[in-house]
Structures are given as C-alpha cells and as structure tokens.
Design a protein around this ligand. Structure first.
Ligand SMILES: Nc1ncnc2c1ncn2[C@@H]1O[C@H](COP(=O)(O)OP(=O)(O)OP(=O)(O)O)[C@@H](O)[C@H]1O
Length: 265
C-alpha cells in the first residue's frame, strides 16, 4: 500500500522562482495495483514520483509505503522498497560498466551485502537466465559495456534491474517515451509481465492517453499539483480518450485540455 497524504512541495521557496509543484495531493494505492498517471506539463507527475523515491523531500504531508512512514527517509535507504525507471535510458544504468556489473549493482541496491556478493557465481547464472528471458540475445553479451546497447535494450535491462533487489514498488517515469513504437510496445509488454510476476505496486507516468487506458487497472490525472481525476473498475473499463478529455474539461469547470504534450494516441 502506498499512501500520499496532503503532500505539498514548494521549490525555491522565498525566491523569485518559487514554484508550488504539489498542492495538498492525496492518493492511496493498494498493494499490487498498477496505476497510470497522466497530466499536462508541469502538473506535478515527476515531482510525485520523486517524493515517493525520496529524491524530493515534501514541504509538508506524509508518505507511507507498506505502512512504513518514509517521508524523511533518504533515497538510498528506501531503495530497497522502491525501484524507478526513467525516460532517458542513460539515467537508470551506468554506461561505463558491463551488463553483468549493472545487474550486480541493481541487485545490491539498498542491501548491506554489497556489490561483491552480488557478482558471485550463483548470481551470475541467475542474471544470465533473467537476461535470456528478454529474448534479445543479451545473455551472450554480459561482459559488454552498457553504453554499447540501444536505448530499447537498456530500458529492457533497466526493468530487469528494477526487479532484482526485491522492491515492492515500481515507478515508471515515461519510460517508453524515448523509444521507437516497436520497442516501446516491447518494453510495455515486458513491463506488464514483470509487474504481474513480481506483484509490484506500480505507478506509470505517461503522456500517452492510449497507453494510460490500455495498461494498469486505474488511471489518475494530476493538474496543479493534485489529483483531479481518478478512474478505476467499471468506470474505466470502457472509457475512451474522448471521455477522458471530457472528464478533464468538467473537472476544470469547462477548461479544455489544450496541451500538445498530452498525446491522444
Ligand atoms: N527542481 C525543481 N526546481 C524548481 N522547480 C521545479 C523543480 N522540479 C520541478 N519544478 C517545477 O514544478 C512543477 C511541476 O513539475 P513536474 O516535473 O513535477 O511536472 P510534470 O507533470 O512531471 O511535467 P512534465 O510532463 O512536463 O514532465 C513545474 O512547474 C516545474 O517547472
């Protein structure tokens, strides 16, 4: 269970650039559910994921994961519970290290056992087998540097890495946005199967309304740093993109969704 209670984040407080990114956001997500998150530019989506990951400490409010209050717990200490995959394939892995080394680092995340044990022979076999499940042939390139791989290959490996340390929460920040359509679909299918296999509580930020409705079991829309739409169950089952746009308009008292960045495809 994830609980975000009355969360506010103000960046640059007291400066001319002061910006309220979250404004009393409330959201509770049941363990094991897959929530898609949409919203126009600057709505607060990445800030919300940052607060969950520990990169952003909220100005006020509370964050709990699995009943633990993690509001003031640093990123490194909560890494055991939360894994994150970013839009830029270069962000989640280290290009100068090999595939094997990146997987070992990911497996050691949040643990005191360290990198050395994670790279031991037992885990080498496990890593190889996990990579072979991708069917990208990367199991034969375990000693290749990560920066030799394509963006899609790196994102696929980043997803595998996100599941190695036993995290219960997976945060996806537009993780297919930089990929070509074929690779984006492959990475989404992989996402779906890893989420199911590891029973991860997942939040996926996307600019694609199609993707937001096609994946997961619940969709929330942020605007002005809070949740303005929350659709789940039968209400969501037959929802079209046009319905979503109309719901936004009604929630905003007639304001239309005129943001090019929120793709209807
Ligand atoms: N580190 C920061 N310092 C100052 N302002 C920030 C910072 N991070 C985000 N903001 C501002 O906070 C607001 C919310 O940003 P955020 O990145 O969370 O929005 P978003 O919904 O993810 O937008 P996008 O879809 O464009 O990525 C924006 O106005 C942004 O400019």
């Amino acid at each position: 269970m994830i609980e975000l209670s009355n969360l506010s984040v103000v960046f640059g407080r007291g400066t001319p650039l002061e910006k309220q990114a979250l404004s009393g956001l409330d959201l509770a997500i049941e363990a094991g559910s897959f929530v898609t998150v949409i919203g126009s530019n600057g709505a607060g989506k990445s800030t919300m994921l940052g607060v969950l990951a520990g990169d952003v400490i909220p100005t006020s409010g509370r964050v709990a994961i699995g009943g633990r209050d993690v509001t003031r717990i640093a990123t490194a200490q909560r890494a055991k519970y939360v894994a994150r995959v970013f839009q830029d394939p270069l962000t989640g892995s280290c290009g100068a290290l090999t595939i094997q080394e990146n997987l070992a680092l990911a497996a050691a995340r949040g643990s005191r056992r360290g990198f050395g044990l994670a790279i031991g022979s037992n885990r080498r076999d496990e890593f190889r087998s996990r990579v072979s499940e991708l069917k990208l042939g990367l199991e034969n390139r375990m000693d290749d540097r990560m920066d030799l791989l394509s963006g899609g290959q790196r994102q696929a490996l980043s997803l595998v890495m996100a599941t190695l340390a036993g995290s219960e929460v997976l945060l996806l920040d537009e993780h297919t946005a930089a990929l070509d359509p074929g690779m984006a679909e492959f990475v989404m299918e992989l996402t779906q199967s890893l989420v199911e296999k590891h029973k991860l509580t997942t939040m996926m930020v996307t600019h694609s309304m199609r993707q937001a409705l096609d994946y997961g079991t619940r969709t929330v829309m942020l605007h002005g740093g809070k949740v303005i739409l929350d659709v789940v169950g039968d209400n969501r089952k037959n929802l079209t993109i046009e319905d979503l746009i109309e719901m936004f308009r009604r929630a905003r008292g007639g304001q239309t969704l005129d943001d090019d960045a929120l793709l209807v495809s």
